[in-house]
Design a protein around this ligand. Sequence first.
Ligand code: C5P
Length: 216
Amino acid sequence: VYVIAMDGPAGSGKSTVARAVAARLGFDYLDTGAMYRAVAFAAIRRGLDPEDRDAVAAMIDDLELDVSLAGVTVDGVDATVEIRSPEITRAVSPVAANPVVRTELTRRMREWATRREGCVVEGRDIGSVVFPDAQLKLYVTASVEVRARRRHQELSDMDYDEVAAAIAERDERDRSRSNAPLVEVDGSVQLDTSDRSVDELVDAVIDLWSEAGEPS
Ligand code: C5P
C-alpha cells in the first residue's frame, strides 16, 4: 500500500491539503484526529470522565467507529458535527494520551490501510508510529497566528484570544505526552502553509509524491 503520512499541529491546514491530495491521486483519505475525537465523544456520551484512563480503556474494544469523508458515526450515532465542538476538543487530549486507546486506534488505522491501494493519512504520529514505512512523510506547519486565525474563523462563538490559548495548550499536550508525541521525524518534508494557497500546496505535495517515485 502507498501511504502519504501528514502530521502537524492543530490548524496547520493538514486536513484541507490532505483531502485535496487524496482527491487528485485517487487515494483514500483517513482523518485520524476524527477517530480520537470520536472516542472522546463516546466517553462523554456515556458520562465518563475523559481523564479516567481505566474507564475509557474499558469501552474502547467494542466501540463501533466509522470515520469517512461522509462523516463520523459512533455506535451508529452520527457525531460528525459534535466531534468538532469545544467540549470534545477539550476532552480529546486526555483520551489521546491514554495508551490503551492509542494501541487500539493504531491497530484500526493499520487494518483500514490494508484494504487500500493508496492513502493519505493525517494526524500527529502517522509518520513516526502508525506508518513508519510511509513512502512520503510531511510535517505540516503554519505560524501560531495563522493557525489561531483559521480556527477562530471556524468557531465563531469563541473570541480570538480564547482560541489561540486553547490551540497552544492542545499543541503543548500533543508535543509533550510520553506516548506517541507530535514530532518531526527524520526524512519528513516540512510544508509551511502560512502564506501559500491550497492549490500551490497541493501541487507541491504532488511533485514530492512523483519524486518519491511511486515506490514498488
Ligand atoms: O487533528 P485534530 O485536531 O482533529 O486531532 C484531535 C486530537 O487528537 C489532537 O489534538 C491529538 O491529541 C489527537 N490525535 C493524536 N494522534 C493522531 C491524531 C490526533 O493524538 N494521530
